[in-house]
Design a protein around this ligand. Structure first.
Ligand SMILES: NC(=O)c1ccc[n+]([C@@H]2O[C@H](COP(=O)([O-])OP(=O)(O)OC[C@H]3O[C@@H](n4cnc5c(N)ncnc54)[C@H](OP(=O)(O)O)[C@@H]3O)[C@@H](O)[C@H]2O)c1
Length: 266
């Protein structure tokens, strides 16, 4: 792969997660990194102080010099930015990381044959541990895929899906961290109800989730791990019965479906 010049339109937390990961892991593959936003200069100065990036308020000139344009701004800003971008593109790969904006949305608004892709990271991108989904548009070729992998690897693990699948799975990888954090909150509350002070309850629950996640990651088998903890007829089994009785599986399915309905605008 030739050295790449990337332009980030949007300089928020997710742009920084990718930029940080790229400079940590793939510095040798970077020709230049340009970053722009709506004019929040303080944010651009802060990024420039941390990474060797070029910052500017006028991204149009930088777009012409770039191989890849990463749209790291809110979904609502896309319509206008894509319109402006259309006028300056000459075959660059355009990647959005915005929720709900698939490659077909980009293709409809960009010049014909523009290579377009959609990366859906999650919040763990901030620590290089995202489970990212991605979908490639019609004009994405082998070299573009290499560039996509470089960006994806900067923030964690990734899997390719169809555009429709990324829409559906955003609930599972993008929204479900909130479900898990809520699970942590409820367990902390349960420990507090047993008379434990909040900070201690937090430590117990957070380390329990951290350790259990590490086991899951290592063993790759949630069911077997659950069995290991659950002696038949034992105390944990009694607790599990409550989760079954209240049908946690159904609650999760409903939460995923509700997330998807809202994402579709229903
Ligand atoms: N954070 C996550 O966990 C996460 C996960 C998956 C996907 N995403 C997606 O990633 C994108 C960025 O999220 P974020 O968390 O990084 O947001 P953020 O921290 O709020 O940053 C948004 C950035 O976009 C810029 N911006 C807004 N409108 C713009 C425009 N019209 N032109 C140029 N720049 C514009 C903002 O610039 P100013 O500061 O100048 O306003 C800011 O730098 C969003 O589309 C979000 O859906 C985020």
């Amino acid at each position: 792969m030739e050295k790449q010049s990337l332009l980030f339109i949007g300089a928020g937390r997710m742009a920084e997660a990718i930029i940080g990961g790229l400079f940590r892991n793939r510095k040798e593959d970077l020709e230049a990194v340009y970053v722009s936003n709506t004019g929040n200069m303080e944010r651009l100065y802060a990024l420039k102080a941390k990474y060797p990036v070029h910052t500017s308020e006028n991204w149009k000139a930088d777009a012409a010099k770039s191989d890849v344009i990463v749209l790291a701004m809110p979904p609502s800003a896309h319509e206008e930015v894509l319109q402006e971008l259309s006028g300056v593109l000459s075959g660059q790969l355009v990647v959005t990381i915005a929720a709900g904006i698939g490659p077909s949305y980009l293709e409809e608004r960009l010049p014909e044959k523009t290579p377009a892709a959609w990366i859906m990271p999650n919040t763990s991108a901030m620590i290089g541990k995202s489970m990212s989904l991605y979908a490639a548009g019609k004009a994405v070729n082998t070299e573009h895929r290499e560039v996509l992998r470089m960006i994806l690897e900067a923030i964690g693990e990734y899997e390719e899906f169809t555009e429709e699948e990324v829409h559906l799975l955003t609930a599972v990888t993008g929204s479900a961290p909130a479900f898990l954090y809520y699970f942590a909150e409820t367990l902390i509350e349960a420990a507090e109800k047993l008379g434990i002070e909040k900070e201690k309850a937090k430590k117990l629950v957070i380390q329990m989730i951290y350790g259990s996640s590490a086991m899951l990651h290592e063993e790759n088998n949630p069911e077997a791990l659950r069995d290991q903890v659950t002696t038949p007829g034992g105390a944990t089994a009694e607790g599990m019965k409550v989760l079954f009785r209240h049908n946690l599986a159904e609650i999760m399915k409903e939460a995923v479906e509700a997330t998807n309905r809202k994402a579709r605008g229903e």
